[in-house]
Design a protein around this ligand. Structure first.
Ligand code: UDP
Length: 386
């Protein structure tokens, strides 16, 4: 090993993009380790042996971004096929389109509102007493009123996060727009798609470089950083420090496979089940993520959300008040760790989508190069605030 070898822990998007960016510089050798036996972290995709359908093994991932450079970057490593995520919600009042749009409002209330009428109507439903929403529930009540909140958000959120929506930040609801037109595209962004050959294929191509060596099924023992010029750690921040102050809260999800003799189980990639009486949060049928492929058979998965136990994969950072306080303790510790930077959803304990992770890894690689050039230490985190 030369002094110019760096170690990247984690072969998800953060680790793979960073590895590729560093390897393009002839001065660097890059070693990537991941404790799982496969690449791509929670974006991992693989063909289902029984049906031939491309599975998103850790749950559905639709790539979406408004960053021109991120969209151009990812397409160097795999072709993005057109795909628009149009999610449905199945409730006892019927099946509706999400995010809440003019069609949802008109169907739900049995109306024929124009955009302006729907906007005025929703204003009468919203709780005007809430000026600045302090949490998820207040945000929903202010924006939508109780009836829509209870039909689409309250139950789903309690199942998804395992806490009362009053304990969650308003920012989680801000992920979902309300539209006063018939646009039922789940995302508001310039570009959207699904990789033709899956996400794992993109990660394989990112890591396919003569100066990158990859070891899967290899655990990194923190503290064993000696000898590497720099370590980029994209695993859980609290795990790096042996959870010495306690565990940051995460939700995890599990899946129940649905076999069917029908060629089409539900007619859509994702259907949400917002009611508390239904134990799962949603059902995904993966063949609908690849409409350009033909499959005679299908497979779908019921998704359940639970608290992350030590032996389970963390998915969603909860970021409750106690977690944020703990996060500050770990961040302070990390700032004292020489030669290590922390990145990605797990390394920074933030609810980040794939495009944000890729964008941050690209930006961080630039910052890292600049610091080397200037002879200053690289930052420990890509973000200032926890
Ligand atoms: N949400 C909800 N009902 C839905 C969909 C989403 O209440 O039918 C809430 C829920 O709290 C969820 C959040 O909105 O965690 C963000 O949803 P998003 O679809 O962005 O979650 P992800 O795709 O990341 O699982």
């Amino acid at each position: 090993m030369t002094s110019q070898t760096c170690l990247i822990v984690g072969a998800g998007f953060s680790g793979a993009v960073l590895a590729r960016e560093l390897a393009t510089d002839p001065g660097w050798e890059v070693q990537v380790v991941d404790e799982r036996p496969h690449l791509a972290g929670n974006c991992h995709t693989e063909r289902d042996a029984a049906t031939g359908v491309m599975l998103h093994r850790y749950g559905p991932h639709t790539f979406h971004t408004s960053r021109e450079d991120v969209w151009a970057y990812i397409q160097q490593f795999g072709r993005m096929m057109p795909f628009i995520n149009r999610i449905k919600a199945s409730t006892e009042r019927g099946v509706f389109g999400l995010p809440i749009n003019l069609h949802t409002i008109n169907q739900f209330f049995g109306k024929r509102f124009s955009p302006a009428q729907a906007r005025a109507f929703l204003a009468t439903l919203g709780d005007a007493r809430i000026e600045t929403p302090r949490n998820f529930e207040e945000q929903a009540l202010k924006l939508l009123g109780r009836e829509l909140y209870e039909a689409f958000f309250r139950g789903y959120t309690i199942k998804q996060w395992g806490v009362e929506p009053t304990e969650l930040p308003a920012s989680i609801l801000q992920r979902l727009p309300v539209r006063f037109n018939y646009d039922d595209n789940y995302y508001h962004c310039r570009y959207q798609g699904i990789p033709e050959h899956g996400y794992t294929h993109i990660i394989e191509r990112l890591l396919d470089h003569p100066r990158i060596r990859v070891h899967t099924a290899t655990r990194h023992e923190p503290g064993a950083a000696g000898g590497f010029a720099h370590v980029f750690y994209t695993g859980p921040l609290d795990g790096y420090f042996g959870h010495r102050f306690g565990r940051l809260g995460y939700r995890t999800v599990s899946f129940e496979r649905i076999e069917t003799s029908e060629p089409d189980f539900q007619g859509n990639a994702i259907i949400n089940y917002p009611e508390l009486a239904v134990p799962h949060t949603r059902i995904h049928e993966h063949k609908h993520f690849t409409p350009w492929e033909t499959h005679e058979r299908t497979v779908a998965f019921r998704e359940f959300s639970t608290e992350t136990q030590p032996h389970l994969q963390p998915y969603y950072p909860k970021r409750l008040a106690a977690d944020k306080a703990l996060l500050q303790q770990y961040r302070a510790l990390a700032e004292k760790e020489a030669g290590v930077s922390f990145l990605g959803r797990l390394g920074t304990y933030r609810y980040l989508d794939m495009d944000k992770v890729i964008g941050e890894a690209l930006d961080f690689a630039q910052t890292f190069r600049r610091c080397l050039h200037e002879g200053t230490p690289p930052p420990v985190f890509p973000n200032r605030e926890g």
